[in-house]
Design a protein around this ligand. Structure first.
Ligand code: HEM
Length: 419
């Protein structure tokens, strides 16, 4: 018997699915959606794959439609100045998000991406690996000793915050507020936000900027090896003279921490919770640890940490046969595309050796995730070491979801381990 964490038992019948697709709204989520969005995604794929909302925006759920939008970046823009202007007014949150490369088009996107890519060197990534192994082992030592723990707080979230902290060279003793800042800033990206959420995000951006300015000033005075230290490399710029101005540098460092933090935390926790439900797959992974590479891709597909992406149509066009007018905001449902039966056989089955597995968890096209190698390294070490050292772990209470629709994960997962 499988438990209900990701329950696949409550699929809709045809009439229910039709109705679920008809009334679905991202701004007023149905009960039970956060726990298990997949029946709704399948209903939308079947009955309303290009779903139009009252505000004129659309939600797409089919793999082929997402692929086509990702490819046509001259028609589907990532520039969010208009949309975020309406949502955030003239605030610190507006300045932050509109300065991040992910919410820009060429030429700003291309210039910033080239510089960040130059700084995320294979040497810098490899240099992190040893530290990640030590960190993971140290965390598991503590879990072993305590026997009962919160998988999110005591394990999953501690890894990416320290990895990106190391990548940017942020002193260990100063990392305390990073997670809260990051969560507050990402919270403002939810489809529907309150004035309080925006206020918290603005405060977090302001405090984070002040904090980083100090670190950047110090690093400008005492640069480290730019082949390994990302921040020194970003401050120095590329050998061809390309450099980020101060504002772009600061906001994109904040973005790196945000992009690499909650997503990777969720990947690790989602995977380990899924392996409680799919005991057969846990046993396979324990007996064949060499499957860890395909397993990570399957965890990314099965419970995609980033469920939604956004674009804006800047020309009249069509998606999946539906006519789309210029100015239409398009939400790309990555979580649904990765469960599309037209692309993946038995998509609701977790299969750690699934190949091929061309999931869209990292997006696709010119904005494809720049940190995907790093996320793979972290997840491989964290999940691989966890199941090897604590093979008999289990849940000792009901895990709590974060309640967010864009970033799929848990806020609390009570867990036990015994040898
Ligand atoms: C499981 C972990 C991760 C997931 C699921 C994830 C997912 C994504 C997705 C879907 C995008 C594309 C956004 C779009 O097309 O609009 C993206 C972009 C990006 N990600 Fe990740 N990410 C992860 C980890 C990381 C890490 C560890 C870093 C770096 C430390 C990172 C840095 C970036 C950057 C810089 C971009 C922007 C790329 C661009 O706009 O050109 N990500 N990520």
């Amino acid at each position: 018997m499988r438990s209900t964490v990701n329950s696949k038992s409550n699929q809709f019948n045809q009439g229910e699915a039709q109705e679920a697709a008809r009334v679905f709204s991202l701004y007023n989520l149905p009960n039970g959606f956060i726990e298990n969005p997949y029946p709704y995604y399948h209903a939308l794929q079947t009955f309303d794959p290009v779903k139009r909302f009252a505000d004129g925006s659309i939600l797409i759920t089919r793999y082929a439609d997402l692929q086509s939008v990702y490819k046509q970046n001259e028609i589907f823009s990532s520039d969010k100045k208009l949309e975020f202007g309406r949502k955030f007014s003239n605030s610190s949150t507006y300045e932050h998000h509109t300065s991040s490369l992910v919410f820009n088009d060429p030429p700003i996107h291309t210039q910033t991406r080239n510089i960040l890519k130059g700084a995320l060197t294979p040497r810098a990534m490899t240099a992190l690996e040893k530290g990640i192994c030590e960190l993971v082992d140290h965390l598991i030592d503590k879990l072993e000793a305590s026997r009962q723990f919160d998988l999110v707080e005591d394990f999953a979230s501690a890894i990416p915050i320290n990895v990106v902290g190391n990548l940017l060279g942020i002193p260990v003793e100063e990392r305390g507020p990073l997670r809260e800042w990051s969560l507050a800033i990402l919270g403002a990206l939810e489809p529907d936000i309150s004035a309080e959420t925006l206020h918290k995000s603005n405060l977090a951006v302001d405090e984070f900027l002040e904090f980083l300015k100090r670190i950047v000033t110090q690093r400008s005075r005492e640069a480290l090896d730019p082949e390994i230290d990302l921040l020194s490399r970003l401050i120095r710029g590329e050998p061809n003279g390309q450099q980020l101005d101060e504002k772009t540098l600061l906001h994109n460092c904040i973005f790196l921490l945000n992009a690499g933090h909650e997503t990777t935390t969720n990947l690790i926790a989602n995977a380990l919770v899924s392996l409680c439900e799919w005991q057969d797959q846990r046993e396979r992974l324990i007996s064949a640890p060499e499957c860890i590479g395909t397993a990570i891709n399957e965890f990314l597909r099965f419970e995609s940490p980033n469920q939604l992406g956004n674009r804006m149509a800047v020309q009249d066009c069509e998606i999946g046969g539906a006519e789309i007018c210029v100015g239409t905001p398009v939400t790309l449902c990555i979580g649904a595309a990765n469960r599309d039966p037209a692309k993946f056989e038995s998509p609701d089955i977790l299969d750690i050796s699934r190949t091929p597995n061309r999931h869209l968890a990292f997006g696709s096209g010119p904005h494809i995730c720049l940190g995907n190698n790093l996320a793979h390294i972290e997840a491989r070490i964290a999940i691989g070491r966890f199941v090897e050292r604590l093979p008999n772990y289990g849940l000792c209470g009901v895990p709590q979801r974060t309640g967010r629709v864009r970033f799929r994960g848990f806020s609390y997962v009570p867990t036990y381990s015994h040898r």
